[in-house]
Design a protein around this ligand. Structure first.
Ligand code: MN
Length: 354
């Protein structure tokens, strides 16, 4: 076998053409909004994640190099695990006196997705000059200029391409923020949205001083001891059926008290159960406040459709991740939902001819 090394650009033309990925007319239109603007608000959507925060903070770092006043804004505070992001302390939860010449709306294409920011500043935002950058396929675009590319793994991928195409200065602080969005929206480059271009942009951001571990560790690896104990309790309480293909567990207010956990620490309990060997569908039940109301979160592997199950129970979601609220105490809710999932899985097995 020949081990001649091909130049990377012959395999990935993207490597040499990062500066030509976006529609040039749109980039030009966006720059014609940015150039005259002096005070710029950068909006991250409500319930912020690494991508909306990374694109708002990262773009702010870039535009500050041009001498502009940049105010990143989000309706909700950033989760504690994002405290490492440079500039996170500049995040505001209001547009204040609304003295902005330009609003850059990031990672959502509908103003309502910016939550209380839109609710509290609707008159201003409805007439404001807006540049919208987003990668959601359902995005309708809420700006005069909309750079929307569903093929991008993250909005920070688009912001980086914008930087490459315009030649705006890319600082280390910006690179850290932009890589954060790339890492969170791809699950550390694990999800299928990770393209060759995504990796190349990751390489570029690392080249500019971002260190992947300093992003991955606080977000994905570090957890409070109470959370680890909560997960241990969930694993201990797990039961299964259909030869281990279906697994479920639960937590109550007593569980939280016993391990010293807070309700937000159950974040990925159902996903953790789904990733156990041999499991195809996982359910996690919780009842923390009202003992007559049980919330269930479902995760599945292909081909099992848990959204179908949740829709029959009055909930909804995606085929592989869905949820519902059941107006029953824990044990009654578990019996109802597990029977419903078993029926769905057996029906799917029949259709697949198993
Ligand atoms: Mn995103």
């Amino acid at each position: 076998m020949s081990d001649t090394l091909q130049p990377i650009e012959s395999t990935f033309p993207e490597f040499t053409s990062l500066a030509h990925q976006l529609n040039p007319t749109q980039v030009q239109q966006a720059m014609s909004l940015i150039t005259p603007a002096q005070r710029i608000a950068l909006l991250a959507h409500e319930h912020p994640d690494g991508d909306c925060l990374g694109s708002a903070l990262g773009f702010a770092h870039i535009l500050r190099q041009l001498g502009k006043t940049c105010v990143p804004v989000c309706a909700d505070p950033a989760p504690r695990s994002f405290k490492f992001m440079p500039g996170i302390e500049t995040l505001q939860n209001t547009l204040g006196d609304e003295q902005f010449d330009l609003v850059i709306a990031l990672d959502a294409g509908e103003l309502t997705r910016y939550g209380a920011i839109y609710k509290n500043h609707q008159a201003f935002l409805d007439q404001a000059t807006i540049l919208n950058i987003d990668h959601h396929i359902s995005s309708s675009g809420c700006g005069q200029v909309n750079i929307i590319e569903p093929d991008a793994a993250s909005t920070t991928e688009l912001v980086t391409l914008f930087q490459q195409q315009t030649g705006l200065p890319l600082t280390k602080d910006a690179a850290i923020c932009l890589l954060t969005g790339l890492i969170t929206d791809t699950g550390s480059f694990q999800y299928p949205n990770t393209s060759p271009r995504t990796m190349i942009i990751g390489a570029l951001l690392v080249q500019h001083g971002a260190v992947a571990e300093q992003i991955v560790k606080p977000i994905f690896r570090t957890q409070p001891l109470a959370q680890a104990r909560f997960i241990a309790a969930a694993v201990n309480n797990a039961q299964s059926s259909l030869n281990g293909r279906l697994i479920w567990s639960y937590a109550t207010k007593e569980t939280l008290i016993a391990v010293g956990a807070t309700p937000d620490m159950d974040d990925n309990a159902s996903g953790m159960l789904r990733d156990l060997e041999g499991v195809q569908v996982a359910a996690f039940f919780k009842t923390y406040d009202d003992p007559n109301v049980t919330r269930v979160s479902l995760r599945s592997n292909e081909p099992y459709n848990v959204a179908a199950v949740c829709m029959r129970l009055g909930g909804g979601g995606h085929p592989r991740a869905a949820g519902a609220t059941i107006n029953k105490p824990l044990q009654a809710a578990i019996s109802l939902v597990i029977a419903e999932i078993e029926r769905e899985m057996q029906e799917t097995d029949r259709q697949q001819g198993q």
